[in-house]
Design a protein. Structure first.
Length: 115
């Protein structure tokens, strides 16, 4: 039976991409949706050469696919920070504190419950 760890290490070493200095003739100068880049990662794994102008139909196809995925995306559930989550009130541990909220059981946090 082959050593799984050796197999993982070999795969990692074979998948590593080492990029040198950016070539003087590099063409990648994209940074947003108005100027998307397209790279041939088989021949240019360091993404130095933008081929989006050579293959505009591929760029359009990918942008349409991205638009579809974005149309089905759920808005992020991020909430603003809540001072009641401070670990000082929960035995200095991060926890799902809101499930345990009880102003009578944690005297240190009582002031957080007052209006």
């Amino acid at each position: 039976m082959p050593n799984v760890l050796e197999n993982i290490e070999a795969r990692y070493e074979n998948s590593e991409v080492l990029c040198g200095k950016v070539p003087k003739d590099a063409t990648a100068s994209c940074n947003d949706i108005n100027n998307p880049c397209l790279f041939n990662i088989l021949y240019d794994p360091c993404e130095y050469y933008d081929v989006s102008k050579l293959y505009p139909s591929i760029v359009d196809k990918l942008l349409k696919k991205l638009e579809f995925y974005n149309s089905t995306a759920v808005p992020p559930g991020n909430q603003p920070p809540d001072p009641r989550a401070n670990p000082v009130y929960w035995n200095y541990t991060w926890t799902n504190w809101y499930d345990y909220i009880d102003e009578n059981s944690n005297p240190k946090a009582q002031y957080l419950f007052s209006p």
